[in-house]
Each structure stands twice: as structure tokens, then as C-alpha cells.
Design a protein around this ligand. Structure first.
Ligand code: FAD
Length: 382
């Protein structure tokens, strides 16, 4: 059993219920298993498998199954139990669960000493219908097979909506797929902002815009998506409100994450609900906003750090000393891939920009580090 500073177990193993089965949840699970292998963990998630969503855009050239880890395997590897269910998270529910030290899921009452909520931030559904795809579709089908459903008409365009990191990563994979398979599609990017990758330092956006131009991708900034129907996409100019109808065989929608994080926490990751701190309920990942100087970006790296911290603080809180650790993680960098052969991002400091093969290597290293964690090998320094 690995040593955890300030953790002196008080009694027998504790019970932890984790709602969610994404990056934050699994990072917490691995840490609990590492520091206290007999912790009784129940993982509650509506799906059958953990999906490594940071790879989904790669399914235009790789198999989806490479990025799917069945919860059955996770149960065996980390000695936990998976319950297939979606749980409604509200302040009232959380306060009730804290009081009763348990929650009802279907016919079962799951009792716990500590609860961790890590349900991500969800993705708003912009539109649904034929030839409209969003992240949910990529969780069940490969990009390459979705492309086979797209009708090929004359003067065919594919419309990608969203100039944030996710939209850009999908855009360049789609462009590469079209190029490699010699498909007769042209590609357009529609984005409500005036530049792409708005959340990063402007140099990253400028690099991407030069790549868009090199690849012959049409870029419509300051433009809102309204509808895809009958081989046409309806768009609206953000400034003038003018509506235009353009040829479009399919629309790929990546509008970004849902608005505000669901839960506010203390410095230590405990949920604040109904004006009080719930000392038995922790939150981690995209659904949480931690108080203090630590990073609250909606990224896998922040989710993993919050999940690990929650696990350490749950154990310490259950122990004799009860000295908890504040959330201090600062992002170490971020890289956005631009197809299989290029990427752009920053490393160490936001002004320290990396592009091309070095950036791709950094991204691969980060992904490999997470794969090691899933194998139970924790190489994160913090
Ligand atoms: C295509 C793509 C590429 C990305 N690339 C990167 C990258 O390169 N680097 C990076 O740092 N970040 C990246 N991100 C962002 C990163 O994936 C997220 O920040 C990360 O997944 C957040 O982890 P999480 O655990 O909070 O939530 P998630 O990983 O979204 O997991 C949430 C889990 O909760 C479950 N759940 C949801 N609602 C309920 C409920 N009501 N009850 C029970 N369970 C529920 C879901 O089924 C899911 O398993 C990318 C995202 C996408 C979509």
C-alpha cells in the first residue's frame, strides 16, 4: 500500500460512492485503490464503459474500441462495483444524501461514508436530425462509419460548427479523411466568435487560421448555426442578423460545454450546497468549480487532478488527523491536434508555444500517462 502523507486510518475500510465514470471519477478510483485498497467503491454511471473522450476525433482513422474500457474490466482491476444508472444531482438531493449517508438508485439503497460527484459538464444538444452529428454520435460510432452515411451531392460541403478545441480537432480529422479517401466534399467552419481557439493565447488561433487557409477550408466567423435540413444549412450573421442558406451535406456540431459548472466546492473539493459545506460530499472534474487558485479549466488534466485530490482528501477526512490538502493544480500546458500530423499548444507558460511534431509528441505523452493511470500506474507528479 502506497504512503499518503497525513493519512492515519481511524478504523476499518470506508465506503465511497462515486457518481460518474469519466476522467475525474476514474482518477479518484485509482487513487483510492492505491492508498487504501480495501475501500469499498461503488461507481454509478449510466453507460457500460468508460470512454476516453479526448480521443474521439481520432475515430476517423482509429477504432472506437481502442478508447473504450468496459466497467466490467475496471471492476476487476480496481476491486469496485459498477451500478448502471444516472443520478439526478441537485442541492436538495446532495443535502439529503449527506444526512442519510446514502442514496437510492432504482430499488437499491447505496450507503456510503463519502460521496464523490464527477458527472462532467454534459454537452448541450444544438440540433438533431438526418445528417446532423455531435459528440453523442461519436461515442457510439466511428467517424469513418458516420462519414459513410453522408450523402454525396454536387457542390457538396460539410459544415463543422464550433471553433473551440473540440471543433477544431474534429475539423482537421474530417479534412484529412476527405483528402485521404478522395471524397468530393469541401469543408466550412462556422463559429460564433471572431477567431478560433478563443480560450487560448491569440497566437494559437492565428496558427490554426493559417492552416485553415492552407487546407482550403472556408471559415465563417461571427456566424451562428441555425439548422441543417434537406442538403442546406441555415446560418445567421452575428452582427447583422442576416440569414443565409448554403449547400451542406452534413453538419457536425461541437458548440462547447454546457454553461456554468454544476457544483461549487471548498479549497479541498467538498461541495457547498444550500449555503453550507457538505463534509461527506466531494466533487471533481468539469462539473465542479473549486475555490482558490487551482485550475478550473474543463480539461481532462484538471479533471484527473481534482479526482486524485478528492480521493486523498476523502481518505484523510476519514482518518485520525483530518488535515486536508487544498486544490492548487496549475495547468502545465494544453495541445490541440490538427489532424494526424500537426498540433498546436503551449507548454509550461502560455507564451511558450509548441507546434507540429513536438506538440504531437507532448499530446501523445499526456495520453500515455492517462493510459498508465488506467493500468494502475500513477506517474502524475501531482
Ligand atoms: C473530442 C474531445 C477532445 C478532448 N481533448 C482534450 C485534450 O486533449 N486534453 C484535455 O485535457 N481535455 C480534452 N478534452 C476535455 C476532457 O475530455 C474533459 O475535460 C474531461 O472528460 C472531463 O472529465 P470529467 O470526469 O469531468 O467528465 P467526463 O469525462 O465527461 O465523464 C463524465 C461521466 O459522468 C457520467 N454521467 C453523466 N451524467 C451522469 C449522471 N447524471 N449520473 C451518473 N453518471 C453520469 C458520464 O456517463 C461520464 O462517464 C476533450 C474533450 C473532447 C470531447
Amino acid at each position: 500500500m502506497a504512503f499518503l502523507p497525513f493519512y492515519v486510518p481511524a478504523s476499518g475500510p470506508i465506503k465511497v460512492a462515486i457518481v460518474g465514470g469519466g476522467y475525474a471519477a476514474l482518477a479518484a478510483l485509482v487513487s483510492l485503490h492505491r492508498f487504501s485498497p480495501y475501500t469499498g467503491v461503488t461507481l454509478i454511471d449510466p453507460n457500460d464503459a468508460h470512454i476516453k473522450v479526448t480521443h474521439l476525433h481520432e475515430t476517423f482513422r482509429r477504432r472506437l474500441r481502442e478508447f473504450v474500457v468496459p466497467f466490467e474490466k475496471i471492476e476487476q482491476r480496481f476491486n469496485c462495483r459498477h451500478v448502471r444508472a444516472a443520478v439526478e444531482i441537485t442541492d436538495e438531493n446532495l443535502m439529503e444524501w449527506q444526512e442519510h449517508r446514502g442514496l437510492a438508485v432504482g430499488d437499491e439503497f447505496i450507503d456510503f461514508d463519502y460521496l464523490l460527484v464527477a458527472i462532467g459538464s454534459g454537452t448541450p444538444r444544438l440540433d438533431q436530425g438526418d445528417a446532423i452529428y455531435d459528440l453523442r454520435d461519436f461515442m457510439i460510432a466511428e467517424g469513418s462509419s458516420l462519414m459513410q452515411q453522408v450523402p454525396i451531392d454536387g457542390d457538396a460541403f460539410l459544415t463543422v460548427v464550433g471553433g473551440g478545441a473540440t471543433g477544431i480537432q474534429f475539423l482537421f480529422e474530417i479534412a484529412e479523411f476527405v483528402r485521404v479517401h478522395k471524397l468530393p466534399f469541401r469543408i466550412r467552419l462556422v463559429d460564433g466568435e471572431d477567431t478560433v481557439l478563443k480560450q487560448f493565447t491569440p497566437a494559437l488561433g492565428r496558427y490554426v487560421e493559417s492552416r485553415l487557409s492552407d487546407a482550403g477550408i472556408e471559415h465563417l466567423p461571427r456566424t451562428f448555426y441555425r439548422k441543417q435540413e434537406g442538403g442546406q444549412v441555415r446560418l445567421e450573421n452575428r452582427d447583422t442578423g442576416d440569414v443565409m442558406e448554403l449547400n451542406s451535406s452534413a453538419a457536425f456540431l461541437f458548440p462547447g460545454k454546457a454553461s456554468d459548472p454544476l457544483l461549487n466546492t471548498t479549497f479541498f473539493g467538498q461541495v457547498v450546497a444550500g449555503g453550507r459545506v457538505l463534509d461527506r460530499v466531494f466533487a471533481a472534474g468539469d462539473c465542479s468549480h473549486h475555490r482558490g487558485v487551482g485550475s478550473n479549466t474543463v480539461t481532462a488534466q484538471a479533471a484527473v487532478r481534482k479526482g486524485k485530490l478528492a480521493a486523498r482528501n476523502i481518505l484523510r477526512s476519514s482518518g485520525r488527523l483530518k488535515v486536508l490538502e487544498p486544490y492548487l493544480h496549475r495547468d502545465l500546458g494544453d495541445v490541440v491536434s490538427l489532424g494526424p500530423n500537426d498540433a498546436i499548444g503551449w507548454l509550461g507558460l502560455e507564451g511558450n508555444i509548441v507546434a507540429g511534431v513536438p506538440a504531437l509528441v507532448v499530446k501523445e505523452l499526456v495520453e500515455a500517462q492517462y493510459d498508465l493511470l488506467m493500468a494502475g500506474i500513477d506517474t502524475y507528479l501531482i
